[in-house]
Design a protein around this ligand. Structure first.
Ligand code: SAH
Length: 357
C-alpha cells in the first residue's frame, strides 16, 4: 500500500487500512465511544431491546446481534440489564457478534463470559451471515468505520479520488453506482460527495430481511440526515487528528454516516425506517436522566458528579447528544419503537420492488 506509482481507490485503501488498524491496534487508546463512557448506554439499549422484542410478539428464540462490537461493553451491559429486568427476553436471546478482527473477538468473548450459559455467543464476519429468524441488531459506531468512495463534482460529471502515496489523485469516475448518490444528487462544482457502498448494501439487505421476517435494527453514529456534501474522512492516530493518508493501519479512519441515503436503501429493500433522531433525544426518551439519578443515589458526591457528567456527555446537544444520530430499520408491522415516540415511521417503497434481488 502507498506506492505512488499505482493509485488505490479510496474505499480499497480505507478497507485495508482499517482491517490492519482493528486487527492490530487497541482502538480505544485513540478514541472513546458511548458504551465506554458509561454503563448507562448499554443498559438503555438493553431496555430498548426488551421493549422492541415485546412489540415483535416476544419471539423465542430470537437473534440478538451487534455489529462492530469493539470491546463488547455495550452487549455485556445490555445483557446484564436484560437478565435482571427482562429474564424471558434474556433467555430467548441468541447472541451474535459481527466482528472481523480476531483480536477484538477475544476481547469480546471475555466481556460476554458471564453470558455464555446455556447458549454461548456466536461470532460471524458480516451482517449477511447472521442466521435467519426474528432478529434485533444493534450497531454503535460501526458504519463510520466502513470504507467510503469520494467523488468530486466537475463541469463534465464526476471525478473519483484515489490514493497515491500520501496524496489524493483524481480521475473521471468510471463505475458510478446506478441507483444512488452521486447519480441522484447534485452538488456545486469542486465539492466532494461521499458514498459508503458497504453501509448501503447492509441497509438494503436488512430492508429485505426485515420485510420478510420480524425484527429491528438500530444504528447509532456520527453523521448527517439530509442532502449534504463535503469531505468527512478523518483519522485519529495516537489519540490525535492525523492526515488520513499517512501511516495506514496505524490510524482509525472514519467518515460521517449519510443517514438519508441509508434510509432510502433500507426502504428500497422493503422495511420501514424510524428517525433519524439525535442521540440526546433518543437517550433522554429512554430514561437516561432517571437512570443517572438512580445510579447516583447513595453514592459519594464525586461518584454522583461522574455519573451526571457522563449523562451530559452522552446527551448534551453540543456534545455527543447532538453530533450522533440514531436510526431504526424495522419490519413494517411494528407500530411503536422506544426512543422514537416523536416520529412516524417512513414506509417502505412499494412492496416487491427489490424482494429477492
Ligand atoms: N461499537 C463499539 C466499537 C466501535 S469501533 C463501541 O461503540 O465501542 C468499530 C468496530 O467495528 C470495531 O469492533 C471493528 O473491529 C469493527 N469493524 C470495523 N470494520 C468492520 C467490518 N467491515 N466488519 C465487521 N466489523 C468491523
Amino acid at each position: 500500500m502507498g506506492d505512488p506509482a499505482t493509485p488505490v481507490r479510496l474505499d480499497r485503501f480505507m478497507a485495508r487500512a482499517n482491517a490492519a488498524y482493528y486487527g492490530t491496534r487497541d482502538p480505544f487508546a485513540d478514541f472513546i465511544t458511548a458504551p465506554e463512557i458509561s454503563q448507562m448506554f448499554g443498559e438503555l439499549l438493553g431496555a430498548w431491546v426488551a421493549v422492541t422484542w415485546q412489540g415483535m410478539g416476544a419471539p423465542t428464540p430470537f437473534v440478538l446481534a451487534e455489529a462492530g462490537p469493539g470491546r463488547g461493553t455495550l452487549m455485556a451491559d445490555a445483557l446484564r440489564l436484560l437478565a435482571r429486568v427482562a429474564p424471558a427476553c434474556y433467555a430467548a436471546a441468541r447472541v451474535h457478534m459481527v466482528e472481523t478482527s480476531p483480536r477484538l473477538r477475544d476481547v469480546q468473548a471475555q466481556a460476554l463470559a458471564p453470558h455464555a450459559d446455556p447458549v454461548a455467543p456466536v461470532w460471524c464476519d458480516a451482517v449477511a451471515d447472521l442466521p435467519p429468524g426474528p432478529m434485533i441488531l444493534l450497531a454503535n459506531e460501526f458504519l463510520d468505520a466502513l470504507p467510503i468512495r469520494q467523488f468530486v463534482r466537475t463541469a463534465r460529471g464526476w471525478d473519483e479520488r484515489s490514493v497515491a502515496g500520501e496524496v489524493f489523485v483524481t480521475a473521471p469516475a468510471t463505475d458510478l453506482p446506478a441507483d444512488g448518490p452521486p447519480a441522484t444528487r447534485d452538488v456545486p462544482e469542486g465539492e466532494v460527495l461521499e458514498i459508503c457502498e458497504g453501509a448501503l448494501a447492509i441497509a438494503r439487505q436488512l430492508g429485505r430481511r426485515l420485510a420478510q421476517g420480524q425484527g429491528a435494527a438500530l444504528f447509532i453514529d456520527y453523521g448527517y440526515d439530509g442532502p449534504q456534501w463535503g469531505d468527512t474522512l478523518q483519522a485519529l492516530c495516537d489519540g490525535r487528528p492525523a492526515w488520513p493518508l499517512a501511516r495506514p493501519g496505524m490510524a482509525d479512519l472514519t467518515a460521517h454516516v449519510d443517514f438519508a441515503a441509508l434510509g432510502v436503501a433500507a426502504r428500497a429493500g422493503g422495511c420501514a425506517t424510524w428517525g433519524s433522531v439525535t442521540q440526546g433525544a433518543f437517550l433522554s426518551a429512554l430514561g437516561l436522566f432517571a437512570r443517572a439519578a438512580q445510579l447516583a443515589r447513595n453514592q459519594t458526591p464525586e461518584v454522583a458528579r461522574q455519573v451526571s457528567e457522563a449523562a451530559q456527555r452522552l446527551a448534551a446537544p453540543d456534545r455527543m447528544g447532538g453530533l450522533f444520530r440514531v436510526m431504526a430499520m424495522a419490519s413494517p408491522g411494528i407500530t411503536a419503537l422506544p426512543g422514537f415516540e416523536g416520529c412516524s415511521p417512513v414506509a417502505p417503497v412499494a412492496s416487491g420492488m427489490e424482494k429477492g434481488g
